[in-house]
Design a protein around this ligand. Structure first.
Ligand SMILES: [Zn+2]
Length: 263
């Protein structure tokens, strides 16, 4: 069995309560072989009732890469993940939920990382019906000790109570270049990782968890819906013996059916 590293979502809400998910699990990857077309219907299954954390009331969400952090091939990989989400929503809803970057002309940001200098919720990005800033992706060469070392990336966000889902008004993404990606460390597939993190950005929690959590299936349940295991939002990624991470560069039917309920 391959060794798996858990990818955690780090959720920050206005009450400054934290939900920090970490761990190590073994997982077998089951391709979503039954999926041959875009899912256009909204469905959050009953056993996944707790797997939506919020949504943005304004779209498209402006994205940017922190200036001088990433090489062009890394930016291309991340833009591929952005395009995968946009292609899905274009086919499903005729909307684009993410904006701002093309491979030829990626949007760059000089904004310093607010997560490393105080409460991120002081830096709201939504003013009424428009955005005042970008959701920025940062490369962290030093991964804070407050974060789980096994997390490949973290998406942090702030939301306020709203119906039917909390309204997200701030988010950022940080990628762990201390414990991954660099010489001597495991090498995840960046496009797959960012595709997963963009799911968190849209408001999706993991399709299942390896620990018991209300409203969330347990990934180890032998009777679990197989589409939860093949989802981009599955909580862990496996690595081969050379340390290369698996590729999950497509959205699964469960990712799409849940996302359709949010936008
Ligand atoms: Zn995650």
């Amino acid at each position: 069995m391959n060794f798996s590293i858990f990818i955690a979502s780090f959720i920050q809400i206005t009450l400054l309560s934290f939900l920090l998910l970490s761990g190590v699990s073994c997982a077998l990857y089951t391709p979503d072989s039954g999926k041959n077309q875009v899912i256009t219907t909204c469905n959050v299954p009953t056993d996944q009732s707790g797997t939506v954390s919020g949504h943005w009331q304004v779209t498209p969400i402006p994205m940017a890469f922190h200036q001088n952090d990433f090489q062009s091939n890394e930016i291309s990989s991340m833009i591929n993940a952005v395009s995968t989400w946009n292609n899905f929503f274009t086919a499903s809803k005729n909307i684009k939920t993410l904006d701002g970057s093309t491979t030829d002309n990626p949007r760059l940001s000089t904004a310093t990382n607010p997560a490393q200098s105080g409460p991120i919720c002081d830096h709201g990005l939504v003013q009424g019906k428009s955005f005042s800033g970008n959701v920025v992706i940062y490369k962290l060469g030093q991964w804070p000790s407050a974060y789980p070392a096994s997390a490949i990336a973290l998406t942090s966000f702030c939301s306020i109570s709203s119906q039917p889902y909390p309204a997200i008004y701030m988010a950022l993404m940080e990628i762990n270049y201390q414990n991954f990606f660099i010489e001597g460390q495991k090498n995840p597939d960046l496009e797959s990782i960012v595709l997963h993190e963009l799911g968190h950005l849209h408001g999706l929690n993991h399709s299942c968890e390896v620990t018991n959590k209300t409203g969330t299936p347990n990934c180890k349940d032998p009777n679990i819906d197989p589409s939860y295991l093949s989802a981009s939002m599955y909580p862990s990624f496996s690595f081969d013996t050379a340390g290369m991470g698996e590729q999950r560069r497509s959205l699964g039917s469960n990712d799409e059916s849940r996302a359709n309920c949010l936008y």
